[in-house]
Design a protein. Sequence first.
Length: 138
Amino acid sequence: MTPTLIAAVLVGLGAPVIRGWLWGVPFSLLSIATVLRSFAGSALTVLVVGVVSFFALRATSMPRAEVGQLAGVIGGGLGLLLLLSSARRFRHVRGLSILCQRMQEEDARPTATVALDRLLQRVRRNDEQRHIALVLMA
């Protein structure tokens, strides 16, 4: 079970950074609630998948020494895949909403402006229609 706990903590610690990177939002502009929710959600996902796979593997003829390690790898791998999958859904809209919200704060405005320009330029290169929709939403 120790490898599963280690995988849960590692995926949980990386989750806010990965979400911010995929959304186009610097880590410093993410709210504390977003960071905590991302950490807790990813860590719990890895723990649940790891524990289920641990008990499923323990019922097989696999050597006991390898069950915990394989359960940690399975939990960490599936947790990371679910994190990437969920962060990619509506990533431009989520990034845009966070950056527009942070534009209202005086101390975060310069960083949010640069990040918003970078996000819109990235979307413009990939899909002109989506760029127009995001500009209208902003």
